[in-house]
Design a protein around this ligand. Structure first.
Ligand SMILES: Cc1ncc(COP(=O)(O)O)c(C=O)c1O
Length: 279
């Protein structure tokens, strides 16, 4: 087997989810907190749109980076005015593609810890080395720009930042984000931002990294309908690389498209139609 695959661990979350489901199927009373499954039905309007797409026989292939109508809907919902919107079957393939575009053998990607269990494996799959930066337990495990800076080496290519954070629920405030952005800019790092929990902020305001213009030429922003609209099974993810298409840098949208079209196929068309109105 290819040596790279020997270094990669299977998804811990999916393994535990399978165990919990097996126990439930065996009649045990299990509260399954493994996968980030939102315990709500998806919006009715989205369900009707899926049914309408099926009834109109809209079940064929769509363009690899998503159809124009879905891209336009995402752009409008997310307020992403700039950059090329990429649509995928969930956030995970987009995160994998972003890491694969930026990172190769010998490269390091900084991961604030604790983190979504798939991140280190994404970096290893790309041939790179995950560098875990532990958050301060006294401050909700938030990882500061200073802490990131201490872990930068001449092999560091990117920071993969998830906020609100799985698993801690921490929400990064504007000052901490500003410092992180400054550090990424100063050290020429790409910033991959996973904002899939952006709708789950109960105190204060969610600040997206989209709001920091100075990082835009190095930012890949990933979000999804999976959590926001409780439709993880429909697999609708979206991303916006803000650097110009064809910029040629590692991670430009051209590279993203190329890698994505090899990694995985297109979004199921009815799922794209399911994007509900903003909450
Ligand atoms: C932080 C984080 N990012 C990404 C994902 C994957 O999202 P999707 O189901 O849209 O691929 C999850 C799933 O739990 C997650 O917790």
């Amino acid at each position: 087997m290819k040596p790279l695959y020997r270094q990669v661990q299977p998804s811990v979350t999916m393994g535990l989810d399978q165990q919990a489901r097996a126990l439930a199927a065996a009649g045990k009373d299990v509260v399954n907190l493994t996968a980030g499954q939102v315990d709500l039905p998806m919006p009715e309007q989205g369900k009707r749109a899926v049914v309408a797409a099926l009834e109109a026989d809209r079940t064929g292939y769509v363009p690899a980076t998503g159809s124009a109508d879905v891209k336009a809907a995402v752009r409008q919902r997310m307020g992403w005015e700039e950059g090329e919107v990429l649509i995928s079957a969930g956030a995970k393939p987009l995160l994998n593609a972003a890491v694969a575009c930026i990172c190769g053998p010998g490269d390091e990607v900084i991961l604030p810890a604790p983190c979504y269990t798939s991140y280190p494996e994404m970096v290893r799959l790309a041939g790179g080395t995950p560098v875990m930066v532990p958050g301060d337990p006294k401050h909700d495990f938030i990882v500061t720009g200073e802490a990131v800076e201490q872990h930068i080496t001449d092999r560091t290519k990117a920071l993969l930042l998830n906020h609100p954070v799985n698993p801690t629920g921490a929400v990064y405030g504007p000052e901490v984000l500003r410092k992180i952005v400054d550090v990424c800019v100063a050290h020429d790092l790409y910033l991959i931002a996973d904002e899939v929990y952006s709708s789950f902020v109960y105190e204060g305001e969610f600040v997206s990294l989209y709001r920091f213009p100075e990082i835009r030429d190095r930012l890949i922003l990933v979000n999804a309908a999976s959590k926001t609209y409780a439709m993880a099974g429909l697999r609708l993810g979206y991303a916006v690389p803000l650097f110009p298409v064809g910029a040629g840098g590692p991670g430009g949208a051209d590279h993203g498209r190329r890698v994505r079209s090899c990694y995985e196929s297109r979004l199921p068309l009815p799922s794209g139609q399911a994007l509900p109105d903003p909450l």
